[in-house]
Design a protein around this ligand. Structure first.
Ligand code: TYM
Length: 329
């Protein structure tokens, strides 16, 4: 049986990018695999969350996961900091991770640009902690969006390096995974780039319908095509990409036809998109609120997940220590 693992940082609510990029793949795979899903709260520390908010952020993300269909009786769902073995593996792996390769990571370079006042060492070694998450369970497949591709590549590099250095085949070489083969990048509403937590361009599963409508009606468009069958500019392509995720194929085809014949009215398209997004998110929103308010259930899920995850984590750590030469007196 193969092992599948995926995770999400607890720095904000779940948006459509998280859902279509990673979560839905994991939910589909949980039954046929040995599955792990976790909330990356150590990773969230790179942006210095207020201690008052830390726990609540985890609680929100955990409720959202569960509402999306992760079954805690099937998959092992846990909070990263409840399995402190990951920090030891992170330390051990960091000895074989080179500063040059970490500095060249795209996400690190982006962070330098975005938060020059807080370029902490945790940001530099972010990919090492992520590799530790994955290798702790010796995962074969990791459902993620396109933005995490490079981190997965680094995980493979660290796993291969460890195997080579210690002449072992202990670590599996994990693959980024998506059912459609190509990793997905869900765009934001601002006409460029990906939907992200820190970009302020996202539609969240927990968003109120009125908020969704407002966000979509404000999405960036242009004055419309002037030539038939012309190529769509980035912002318009993005709206169509979002529509393909939530609307019926004939709806997408209808607006595509209107675009190609230069008769498109973006207002109508956005109204339709808003309606379809709201229909898509409503059942999730209701479930999220229900789970979020159920203390007893959340505690049970977290405790049960941590216990299961730690059994595996301890085994991995014990093997890694032995391979590296640690011995008891
Ligand atoms: P995070 O929390 O930013 O995102 C969680 C998952 O959602 C995917 N995703 C997207 N997919 C498509 N389009 C988008 N616009 C989009 N935005 C986000 C991400 O690719 C990710 O799969 N470093 C990770 C968390 C993590 C992790 C791990 C993931 C820590 N350790 C080990 C997998 C395995 C992160 O920040 O994801």
């Amino acid at each position: 049986m193969q092992t599948v693992l995926s995770g999400i940082r607890s720095t904000g609510n779940l948006h459509l990018g998280n859902y279509f990029g990673a979560l839905t793949n994991f939910v589909k795979m949980q039954h046929e695999n040995n599955s792990y899903f976790f909330v990356a709260d150590y990773h969230s520390l790179t942006t210095h969350p207020n201690p008052k908010d830390l726990h609540n952020n985890v609680r929100k993300v955990l409720s959202e996961y569960l509402a999306c269909g992760i079954d805690p009786d099937v998959a092992t769902i846990y909070i990263q900091s409840d399995v402190p073995e990951v920090t030891e593996l992170y330390l051990l792996l960091s000895m074989n991770a080179y500063v040059g390769e970490l500095e060249r990571t795209t996400t690190f370079k982006e962070k330098i640009r975005k938060q020059p006042e807080n370029i902490n060492a945790g940001l530099l070694t972010y990919a090492v902690l992520m590799a530790a998450d994955i290798l702790l369970h010796n995962a074969h497949k990791v459902p993620v969006g396109k933005d995490q591709e490079q981190h997965l590549e680094m995980t493979r590099k660290f796993a291969r390096r460890f195997n080579k250095m210690y002449k072992t085949d202990f670590f599996n070489i994990p693959k980024a995974y998506n059912f459609g083969n190509e990793l997905v990048k869900v765009p934001g509403l601002d006409g460029s780039g990906k939907m992200g937590k820190s970009e302020g361009n996202g539609i969240y599963l927990a968003d109120d319908p009125k908020v969704i409508k407002k966000k979509i009606m404000r999405a960036v468009t242009d004055s419309g095509p002037t030539e038939q069958n012309s190529e769509k500019p980035e912002a318009i392509k993005n709206l169509f990409t979002l529509m393909k995720l939530v609307s019926k194929p004939d709806v997408v085809q209808f607006f595509d036809g209107k675009y190609n014949s230069c008769e498109i009215r973006y207002g109508d398209m956005k109204k339709q998109l808003a309606e379809d997004v709201i229909n898509f998110t409503t059942p999730f929103r209701e479930k999220i609120n229900e789970i979020y308010n159920n203390d007893v259930y959340l505690r049970k899920v977290a405790e049960q997940g941590a216990e299961k995850a730690r059994i595996n984590a301890r085994k991995t750590l014990s093997s890694v220590r032995e391979i590296m030469g640690f011995k008891k007196f």
